[in-house]
Design a protein around this ligand. Structure first.
Ligand code: MGD
Ligand code: MGD
Ligand code: MO
Length: 831
């Protein structure tokens, strides 16, 4: 039976309950343009979503050379046919009239249209001049977590072995650097241990700083379906906001911002104290337990209760859930990775799994999540601060191996220091040692911390900025050359989601105007630069997505992320295959570490590790003595208070993040009418008690300020923890009168006007979740509600008694849903 549902008002659709250990039922979500019926669709083209890390498989409906809709793929292992609101509506932005269709170059201070020849010539001549005058270190590349594997790999080869620069990183630094680092610290190498299928088997789910309901709505549907079925899992949520996850939780802890390590140390203390350690597992597969036991010995729930402002009894209940679990699945995301002591905290969650032996079995899994759709590929291809194939930059054998794959001398690949991290690259650009910065698929003028500084450093005369994007973003407007890119649906490539599932997305329609796939742009640049290998042959001999994929397979051979068993043809078969996929595992690999730890041996590991608190690197000698046999490493960390604490001038804590309806800087979702209507402008979440104390009400206009800057937003009074403010970071300036930044006509509204330039010592991930802020009234509301959704964590607190109109998407928001469409209270409870 098909049902039609407003999927803006009901983002998760109807329930298909299932029991533990059963297969998650299929439900196919389809949205077609108004007036288009399924029989009107000429072709369905295979793709996977690129608006989160879930990797939801979907087919694109094409008619008359245009996209007219999308449909979830029933057979896919990830989504079993379901799609989230952004998947259902976001694709409409592709056809937006303001897409970039021609290259732009800056002349007399203004960006003007030009042809590809002129634009590429300019980039190539600047690159050559800089190489000659200042050397490879004067060029930097800042890329994305939203391109395809083939594009990152090509960029990594051209930057590392072509130019020979160490300055290549992704916006994944802002996103999943901590996931990668935490996996390296505990397991010696990146590589996600768990699988989404663990949701089907777990008896306990623990979500740390992860608003799964809004940021991976399809896996949240899976959790909701299990909660409605037989033998439902117990749920632990650690988040200071009343997210949907928090509301469905068995135990919800809402700690003070930046205190994750204190809380986790107390949870570990309790697990050890109550005798829940799997000593056989610890003995067989780990090193470092004694140090952990000593470190957390004094970290009682009462101790943590003071620091975290969470009742000690509640911490005890949470520890009891974790300690009594027989199959525990944990997920971790930005409430940990972008908060204070990010890596130290993420590693303590690994430690819970190691001491409890909760790895490598169905339901016993760990997901150090990704956020962006292809962040995993950025990391494995070495387009961020890693080397391709998770090779270790400090291990000469790994460099020699990579050099052999590329047929270059090893000294051609910079490995004198760790690959430069993004925050450092922007510092180099500010100071003038980087003179050309090529930015692809990211919008740092909205997404980096401390925007006034970012705008000013990108505007410097001496810095040559290339921006490759779909739209004239805030960043593009500061560029010297803008290259119009083709995107999802207009180009072919592979992407790997957070649970190592590889999907192929194929070209469905032509890109607008002269826009070109990112791969073609990088290949064109490499050809013009005439990069050669050591035999004088082209360094990059591949010429299209499939040949790039084949080249990557050779680079991945024998590494943890082994793709050698995959091919485009195979990816057109059963939908979604998890790496490693090779001769030994031709159908892919559901879980890592089913039989001990594979990649932590000193000769194999990706990193020799760091001190979690200071970030100081360990040497190979230290690593060999700590972990000669390549076991998992249990690393302890002491809690330290956040650097920026509330005080008299800035009495609040400020955190930032997401809502279900928007993706990042809204370049796509802001151009999809249903999504934009659901959350049209910025707001600030204030607790009921803080609002009462300061005489603030729903809809009041306030200023949120920190030592860096300020923004203006309307108040939404919610059940957020008292003392904490939350601002969504989606709202920049492209759709304001100013166009690119705050000015006389455009009040500041981007969250990152206020965030701090500070990062985790180990992962170098910036701190978007911990700052101190002040709140002042600018203007009383006129009775209208804040422009914030009511279906989500930002739902108004019932305690205020203020009537706020519910979020709906109107007629265009209806989606068909095949299969049973049961509704339950959990769904309706929000208003
Ligand atoms: N709708 C939507 N989905 C997305 C995206 C999007 O933009 N929109 N982006 C994708 C990307 S790239 C990413 S990285 C993911 C991010 O996905 P999430 O990490 O789930 O999203 P956030 O809203 O950034 O942060 C999650 C939660 O962290 C909590 N938090 C803040 N500070 C702390 C703290 O100190 N401790 C703890 N325990 N929690 C804290 C916040 O209250 C928030 O609810 O989402 C992906 N999916
Ligand atoms: N305050 C605060 N700041 C944050 C965060 C937070 O929680 N709080 N989260 C951080 C995180 S986790 C992330 S991931 C970042 C995201 O930050 P950004 O990466 O800056 O955000 P996006 O809006 O996704 O930018 C992607 C850009 O790429 C373009 N694009 C899309 N597809 C393609 C393509 O195929 N090719 C090309 N060339 N361009 C394309 C889009 O139009 C867009 O301009 O923000 C970070 N910043
Ligand atoms: Mo992210």
């Amino acid at each position: 039976m098909d049902a039609s549902v407003d999927r803006i008002a009901r983002p998760w659709g109807g329930r298909t309950a299932y029991a533990r250990h059963e297969a998650w039922p299929v439900r196919v979500d389809t949205r077609l343009d108004d007036g288009v019926a399924p029989r009107d669709v000429e072709r369905w083209v295979r793709a996977a979503s690129i608006l989160h890390s879930d990797g939801d498989a979907m087919d694109i409906a094409v008619r008359d050379g245009r996209m007219v809709g999308v449909r979830g793929r029933a057979q896919d292992r990830v989504n079993h046919g379901r799609l989230g609101p952004k998947d259902l509506f976001g694709w409409q932005a592709n056809a937006s009239a303001d897409r970039l269709t021609r290259p732009l170059v800056r002349r007399d201070g203004r960006l003007v249209e030009t042809d590809w020849e002129t634009a590429m010539d300019l980039i190539v001549s600047r690159s050559r001049a800089l190489l000659e005058e200042k050397g490879p270190g004067s060029l930097g590349f800042y890329t994305s977590g939203q391109l395809y594997l083939e594009e990152y790999y090509t960029l990594a080869v051209l930057a590392r072995a072509g130019i020979g620069t160490n300055h290549l990183d992704g916006n994944t630094r802002l996103c999943t650097a901590t996931a990668g680092e935490a996996l390296k610290e505990s397991f010696g190498s990146d590589g996600q241990p768990g699988s989404y299928d663990d949701i089907d088997h777990a008896d306990t789910l623990a979500l740390y700083g992860h608003n799964l309901a809004e940021t991976q709505p399809v896996q949240w549907m899976r959790v909701l379906d299990r909660l409605d079925g037989a033998d439902p899992p117990r749920l632990l949520c650690v988040d200071p906001r009343p997210t949907r996850v928090a509301r469905a939780a068995t135990v919800h802890l809402a700690p003070r911002g930046g205190t994750n390590v204190a809380l986790l140390n107390a949870l570990l203390h309790e697990i050890i104290r109550t005798g829940r350690v799997d000593h056989a597992y610890v003995e067989a597969h780990t090193v470092g337990f004694e140090e952990l036991a000593a470190r957390v010995e004094k970290c009682t729930p009462a101790w943590a209760a003071d620091i975290c402002d969470v009742p000690a009894a509640r911490i005890g209940e949470a520890a009891e859930l974790l300690g009594s679990a027989e199959r525990l699945l944990s997920t971790v995301l930005q409430g940990v990775y972008q908060s204070h002591q990010a890596t130290a905290a993420a590693v303590q969650i690994n430690n819970i799994h190691l001491v409890r032996g909760m790895l490598g079995r169905p339901g016993a899994g760990l997901l150090q999540m990704n956020g962006q759709p292809t962040a995993q590929n950025t990391r494995e291809c070495g387009a961020d601060g890693d080397l391709p194939g998770f090779r270790n930059w400090e291990n000469d054998a790994h460099i020699a191996d990579l050099a052999a794959v590329w047929n270059v001398e090893p000294d051609r690949i910079p490995h004198y220091a760790p690959p430069t991290h993004a925050m450092q690259m922007f510092r180099y650009a500010e100071q003038g040692s980087i003179r050309m910065l090529w930015i692809s698929g990211t919008n740092p003028a909205v997404s980096l911390p401390e925007l006034a500084r970012v705008r000013s450093l990108l505007s410097q005369e001496r810095l040559f900025v290339v921006v490759q994007d779909l739209f004239a973003t805030e960043t593009a407007q500061l560029a010297d050359v803008v290259l119009p890119a083709a995107t999802w649906g207009e180009k072919t490539g592979t992407s790997t989601n957070a649970d190592r599932t590889v999907h192929l997305s194929e070209k469905a329609v032509d890109p607008p105007g002269e826009a070109r796939p990112d791969l073609d742009i990088f290949l064109d640049y490499a050809r013009r630069m005439d990069f050669r290998d050591k035999d004088g042959d082209p360094l990059i001999p591949w010429h299209d997505p499939e040949s790039a994929f084949e080249a990557w397979k050779r680079c991945s051979a024998g590494r943890p992320c082994d793709y050698t068993g995959l091919s485009y043809d195979k990816l057109r078969g059963p939908s979604g295959i998890q790496w490693p996929c090779n001769e030994d595992a031709p159908d892919g690999t559901e879980r890592l570490y089913t039989d001990g730890i594979d990649w932590a041996h000193p000769d194999l590991c990706e990193s020799y590790g760091k001190d979690l608190v200071t970030g100081a690197s360990d040497s190979v000698v230290e690593y060999r003595s700590l972990n000669p046999d390549g076991k998992a490493m249990i690393k302890a960390a002491e809690y330290l208070p956040p650097h920026e604490q509330p005080g008299p001038d800035h009495p609040f804590q400020l955190t930032t993040g997401r809502t279900i309806y928007h993706f990042h800087t809204r370049t796509k979702t802001g151009r999809a009418p249903q999504l934009n209507a659901a959350a049209p402008d910025v707001w600030v979440e204030v607790s009921t008690s803080d609002a009462a104390e300061r005489d603030l009400a729903e809809g009041d206009l306030v200023e949120v300020s920190t030592p860096r800057g300020a923004l203006r937003a309307r108040v939404r009074v919610t059940g957020i923890r008292p003392g904490l403010l939350f601002v969504p970071f989606h709202y920049g300036y492209w759709d304001t009168p100013g166009g690119h930044g705050p000015d006389a006509d455009t009040p500041a509204r981007a969250a990152n006007e206020t965030t701090v330039t500070d990062w985790d010592p180990a992962s170098k991930q910036p701190l978007f979740k911990t700052a101190a802020a002040a709140l002042t009234l600018v203007e009383r509301g006129t009775g209208g509600a804040a422009p914030a959704p009511t279906t989500t964590a930002s739902a108004p607190s019932p305690a205020t008694g203020v009537a706020v109109p519910p979020t709906t998407g109107g007629p265009g928001a209806h989606v068909t849903q095949s299969g049973p469409a049961a509704w339950n209270d959990r769904e309706e409870e929000t208003r």
